[in-house]
Ligand binder design. Sequence first.
Ligand SMILES: [Mg+2]
Length: 415
Amino acid sequence: MPIRYLFLDMNAFFASCEQQRDPKLRGRPVAVIPTRAETTSCIAASYEAKAFGVKTGTPVWEARRMCPGLVCVEADHKRYVVTHNRILDALGSVLPVDRVMSIDEMSCRLTGDERRPERAAALAHRIKRAIYERAGDQMHCSIGVGPNVTLAKMAADMKKPNGLTVLGDGDVPQSLYGLALRDFPGIGPRMERRLNLFGVFSVQQLCGLSVRALSEVWGSKVLGGRWHRTLRGEDVLEPPGRRQTVSHSHVLPPDLRTDAGAYGILVRLTHKAAARMRKIDYWAGAVSVGLSFIDEPAAGGGWGRGGWAVGCRLQHCQDTLTILRAVARLWDARPRGRVPFKVGMVLSELRPARSSTPSLFEADRRAAEASKAMDAVNAEFGASVIHLGAMTGYETGAPNRIAFTQIPDFDRRVS
Ligand SMILES: [Mg+2]
C-alpha cells in the first residue's frame, strides 16, 4: 500500500503552550486546569507531569498527591487558538492541509513523489522545523505517515513525544501488532469487551478477522467492510454521518477575477453559508477559506496543488459577523499577485444548537440576534436585501443555484 497521508499530533498541546509562554514552567510538571479549584480535573498535563501518572481527567487534588511539585495553570483558550493557527500556517507552508480534526490534530494528503518514505520523512522534519519557528521551540509534535488517515494517526501515536513514524509498504499490518485494541480510534471500552467476547484480544487477531467476522463484531456490514479495508491500508473515506460542514464555493466570472472581486464573492458566500447554518440551527466551531488560481485551476473539487486553503477554530458561534471577521483574518494570509479563479469557504465542526452553550457575552448574543433578524428580513424580501457592507456590489455575484440548496453532508476539505 502506498503511503498517502501525513498526520500531525501536537504533544501535550495545552501544557506545551503554557511552557512556551513561561520559560519558568519548562522542564517542570505542569497541569492545565479549567478553573482554580481542587475539585476540577486536569485538562492537560506536560510530559513531566505525565511521568507521575497525571493525565487529562485526573482530579486536581489527586494530581497534586501523585506529583508533589505540580504547577497548576489556568487554561487560556485564546492563546491555544492563536497557537493552533500558527501551527496550521507552519504545516500549510510545507503541505496543503487536508483536514483539521481538532485543535492539535491535522492531516495532509501526500501525492506523487511525496509518497516515497524518505521524501515523506523529509517533509515531516520540515514541518517540525516550521512549527518550532512559527509557534515556538517548546511546541513538539508527533508525526505519522501511513496509507490511510486512521493508520497515519496510529503511526503518530507510536512515538511520543516528538516522534516520527512512517508506515510504508510492507509495514501494515505487522507493525500494528504491538498496539493495544484500545489504541484504535473507534475502539472504546465497550467495543473492546465485545471484541473479547468474539475471542479477539490482540491487534494481530483483529487483523486476522474476515470481513464477515468484523461485520458481526460491529453489527454492520458497512462498518465491517470499512474496518477490513482500514486494517489493510486501503484509502478508506470517512462515512457520511452527522452533518459536519456547510460549504460554498464559486468559480469567479472573468470580470471578478481580481483580489477585490474574489473577496467580495467570499463575503457573499460567507453570508450565505452562515444563514444556511442558522436555518438548520447549527453552530460552527471552525471556518476555512480557499482559493484556486487561473494558472492552475483545480480539477474537480478541492484547490489543487497550486491552490491555497487555510482555516481556524472558532468559539462555537452562529452569527455572520463573527464568522466574517475570522474569514477576513484568514484572507489576509492569501498569496498575492496571482489571478484568482475560484473562491470558497467551509464552516465545520458543526454542532446542533441544542448541544451548544449560547455565549455568555452580551455582545456575542447581540451579534447572533442581529444575524437572525437579518435572516428574517431576507426571508421576507429576498436573500440579500440586508447584507454586510463588504458585500456591496457583489450581492448577485454568486447566485443561489451554486450549492446553496445542496449542502454536502461531508466535505473532505474545502470544496
Ligand atoms: Mg495531541
